[in-house]
Design a protein around this ligand. Structure first.
Ligand SMILES: [Zn+2]
Ligand SMILES: [Zn+2]
Length: 340
């Protein structure tokens, strides 16, 4: 950064990632705002949302945005009004970047629904770069003793999986079904298992099914297959609307289906009697609050929740997104800063 520039990935024109929608460019090192931290990126997790931002499934909020919202880095500078951190501190930067703190949703603890909320790697440049910024009030202190790569996926995949688990209202000792078993699901499964749940996994990949069984799932079968027993709760992680009725049919009476993704293909018509009656519920999951993040990071440290990671150099972020799209790995991809 001697000359004030850095390398960063930029969504120049949203489109298929395999056609080069994500470009490796030179940008000025960002200047932190008054209440912000400048963060030297060490590792950044690769989230499906980054793919949605790159390919235009989500509308453009910031032209040329740098994706990435699972950042583990070190504070390299502070705005004059930034509090709570010092240069050299390790911090996490997550998806929720800013809220107004004043609206009715914020006032009742639902800051994830704040209409004025802003998101890292969508509204502001994120962690697919050597440096990024974060408002100090939205930066997360990180537990010691866990390395950068292992922590990165916890910051979105982990937090969202945790919120989805709470939204799914799993009763103590209940039966939980997970549809899709990528980065978020395999972290969510570890929390559920640590809390005494029986977990059934429905996913198409044989390696993902094996990972589920290795982590302690009671069964693992194809995405459209029926679990071996009725489910008290289910979470849909795959962005596949066709699975909504499938998951609803697998629920026991009074069961809850939580849909964890920010993007979902259209759902087919629902059949009331078999898919909704008996007080089955469908709930979406929208981002997370800072309280979710704090609770999850604490639980993850206590239960030893670990991401199964596949690392790529930061300079090959496009390859990581391509592999995510093609389903070429299980668990979570993490970019490691090879540029410094
Ligand atoms: Zn608000
Ligand atoms: Zn994410």
């Amino acid at each position: 950064m001697a000359d004030g520039t850095m390398r960063a990935w930029s969504v120049v024109e949203p489109g298929p990632v395999e056609e080069g929608a994500l470009r490796f460019v030179e940008k000025p090192v960002p200047v932190p705002g008054d209440d912000e931290l400048l963060v030297h990126v060490r590792a950044c997790g690769v989230c499906r949302t980054d793919l949605h931002v790159t390919e235009g499934d989500l509308p453009v909020h910031r032209p040329g945005v740098t994706p990435g919202h699972e950042v583990v880095g070190v504070v390299a500078g502070l705005g004059t009004g930034a509090r709570g951190f010092a240069v050299g501190d390790r911090v996490g930067v997550a998806w929720l970047r800013r809220t107004d703190g004043t609206c009715g949703y914020c006032a009742r603890g639902a800051e994830n629904l704040c209409p004025a909320s802003r998101y890292t790697g969508w509204d502001a440049d994120g962690g697919y770069a050597q440096y990024t910024t974060v408002p100090a009030a939205f930066a997360h202190p990180l537990p010691d003793g866990v390395d950068d790569v292992a922590l990165a996926p916890l910051l979105c995949a982990g937090i969202i999986g945790y919120r989805a688990l709470r939204r799914a209202a799993l009763p103590p000792g209940g039966h939980l079904g997970l549809y899709g078993f990528g980065g978020s699901a395999h972290l969510c499964a570890q929390v559920a298992l640590a809390e005494g749940a029986t977990v059934h996994v429905m996913t198409r990949g044989t390696a993902a099914r094996q990972l589920a069984l290795d982590l302690g799932a009671a069964s693992a079968q194809d995405a459209y297959a029926s679990p071996p027993e009725p489910l008290d709760s289910a979470i849909l992680f795959a962005p596949v609307g066709d699975l909504v009725p499938v998951a609803l049919r697998a629920l026991d009476r009074g069961g809850v289906l939580a849909i964890a993704g920010i993007h979902l293909s259209d759902t087919p018509p629902l059949h009331y009697e078999t898919e909704l009656f008996y007080e089955k519920e469908v709930r979406s999951v929208t981002a997370n609050t800072r309280a979710d993040a704090r609770e999850f990071l604490e639980l993850a440290a206590r239960h030893g929740v670990r991401a199964t990671t596949h690392t790529y150099p930061l300079s090959r972020a496009d390859e990581a997104l391509n592999d995510l799209k093609a389903g070429r790995f299980d668990g979570a991809a993490v970019l490691v800063n090879d540029l410094f």
